[in-house]
Design a protein around this ligand. Structure first.
Ligand code: AMP
Length: 107
């Protein structure tokens, strides 16, 4: 069950500030507060999904496809990265700390 007490839900509700990189009606991308590389961005859907499994299983396939295309476009066209890693931690045992689905872009 999705918990609305998570930090990214509060960011989406503008209750907590963020350093926005890109935003549209479906997606928000912002800088990670504790960067693990020179460029560390997070991309989240505006709809509430707990993790990768929840997102790809339950979201509209067009939304899923557009989300991952946009992750690439942000990395390449906005962050100007040629070399980057895309990471998503699925579940606490994999290191997930915030239970609103997100992708890390590490450049
Ligand atoms: P994960 O471990 O995959 O759930 O990643 C959660 C990420 O969220 C971590 O890299 C944190 O540094 C980052 N984070 C936590 N709080 C904030 C915040 N208020 N603004 C930006 N990034 C955050």
């Amino acid at each position: 069950m999705y918990n609305t007490q998570n930090i990214f839900y509060k960011i989406l509700k503008s209750e907590i500030p963020n350093k926005t990189i890109y935003e549209d009606e479906n997606i928000l991308c912002f800088y990670d507060i504790n960067p693990k590389s020179k460029i560390h961005a997070l991309v989240i859907p505006k709809m509430n999904y707990i993790d990768f499994n929840d997102f790809v299983t339950n979201a509209n396939p067009t939304l899923v496809s557009n989300f991952f295309k946009k992750v690439n476009d942000i990395a390449v066209d906005i962050l100007f990265l040629e070399n980057f890693k895309i990471i998503t931690n699925n579940g606490a045992g994999a290191g997930q700390e915030v239970f609103h689905f997100h992708v890390h872009i590490l450049g």
